[in-house]
Design a binder for this molecule. Structure first.
Ligand code: APR
Ligand code: PHB
Length: 393
């Protein structure tokens, strides 16, 4: 025997996609339930990306979860690009008519959305399975934290369960996958030290890519390109700082990297992935469940936000007014932005990373692209417009 319940939208996954979707639906008066495999502490503490596009900031503010973001988020009107030991600042605001990025950790967005949640949100559920979405009686079956089996009847199901979730697997036969795995990974660290630069630094060097980012005035976030199968074991804190200094070194010696205690380290693979279409009857994939971008463009969470903004509007039109046009257009609308972000992320990745085999021709192409971006208004604007985020449609 399992407990039977009903809601309008059943949401699998409490990452940024699932939580924001739930929030937007609740505000629109649409019933929803969010089901999450992990516990609350885990989802609130998981370290992920930290760059919010302008449209993402606008969405979070407009739906009432922007107050801590406004206090603690770091608005950056520029970004530094480094190659051949020289640094070049792109003025994002000037190149885009006033837009900027905001540095605010993904887990902070997650915490704010959980704090704002008024509807049902179940953590630590297991054995989640979806069925019936080809007809008009979709159901999510799962086991509650206390071991009780449950069946949640829904009008619509949102698969917001990330890249390793189960919803995409439920439509494996019906999707086309586009994929690229890159021959390198990122080693990322968090360090208890004030950032050494006010803005992010994306750096191409002969020793590979490095990125200087931050989380707060007291915490620096840094990344190094490493081989794809790299394990963290070989990377002592000393080795990490030495390698960062080598790569981020500027020719005229005018800059120094400050170090401090490292309190988090990890290696992230680099992948581009798209599963099309994003709609299967009454099942809608959103966020990382449908697509992954390499982190170089800082687009992952921003794409998840766009997907669920489109989905929330479409679900409301359907459930409140019987208008299915938004749901019908969901996949196409989202995929247009997804592919723009895929191209941008691939472009940023290919400009800054060293291929494992030395390729002198490609090196010159990378330099040429970086010269164009940093020395012409058109080149700079192309990067800036994509980086701060094109307006939501
Ligand atoms: N049942 C319930 N929840 C699940 C299941 C499952 N079977 N499988 C996974 N989940 C949960 C995960 O534990 C996670 O909390 O779904 C959530 C998915 O969240 P994210 O992985 O953060 O994905 P999404 O919300 O789409 O956000 C995309 O995450 O990986 C980053 O760079 C990416 O910033 C982007 C963002
Ligand atoms: C981060 O701060 O984690 C970060 C910043 C920029 C990126 C990726 C990650 O492109």
């Amino acid at each position: 025997m399992s407990v039977r319940e009903r809601t309008q939208v059943g949401i699998v996954g409490a990452g940024p996609a699932g939580l924001l979707l739930g929030h937007l639906l609740t505000q629109a008066g649409i019933d929803n339930v969010v089901l999450e495999a992990r516990d609350r502490a885990y989802v609130e503490q998981r370290v992920r990306a930290g760059v919010l596009e302008q449209p993402t900031v606008d969405v979070l503010r407009a739906c009432g979860v922007g107050s801590r973001l406004d206090l603690e988020g770091l608005r950056h009107t520029g970004v530094e690009l480094q190659f051949d030991g020289g640094r070049h600042r792109l003025a994002l605001d000037e190149l885009t008519g006033g837009d900027a990025i905001t540095v605010y950790g993904q887990q902070e967005v997650v915490k704010d959305l959980i704090a704002a949640r008024t509807g049902p949100l179940e953590f630590s559920v297991s054995d989640v399975a979806v069925d019936g979405f080809d007809g008009d009686a979709p159901t999510i079956r799962y086991v509650r934290e206390d071991g009780e089996a449950a069946a949640l009847a829904c009008d619509l199901i949102a698969g917001c369960d990330g890249f390793h979730g189960i919803t995409r697997g439920a439509v494996a036969d019906a999707i086309t996958v586009f994929e690229r795995v890159y021959p390198f990974a990122w080693l990322g660290v968090l360090a208890q030290v004030a950032p050494s630069s006010e803005e992010l630094i994306y750096c191409r060097s002969e020793r590979g890519f490095a990125l200087h980012s931050m989380r707060s005035p007291e915490v620096t976030r840094l990344y190094l390109q490493v081989p794809p199968d790299e394990t963290i074991d070989g990377w002592s804190d000393d080795r990490i700082w030495t390698e960062l200094r080598e790569r981020l070194h500027v020719r005229d010696g005018s800059w120094e990297l400050q170090d401090g205690p490292i309190f988090d380290k990890g290696v992230t693979p680099m992948r581009s992935f798209v599963a099309e279409p994003m709609r299967h009857g009454r099942l809608f994939l959103a966020g990382d469940a449908a697509h992954i971008v390499p982190p170089t463009g800082a687009k992952g969470m921003n794409l998840a936000v766009h997907d669920v903004v489109v989905l929330a509007r479409a679900a409301e039109a359907f459930l409140a007014r019987g208008d299915a046009s938004g749901l019908d257009g969901y996949s196409e609308t989202c995929l247009r932005r997804v592919w723009r972000a895929q191209h941008f992320s691939w472009w940023m990745t290919s400009m800054f990373h060293n291929p494992p085999e030395q390729d002198p021709f490609e090196s010159q192409l990378q330099r040429s692209q970086l010269h164009w971006v940093t020395s012409t208004r058109t080149g700079g604007a192309a990067l800036a417009e994509n980086y701060v985020g094109l307006p939501h449609g």
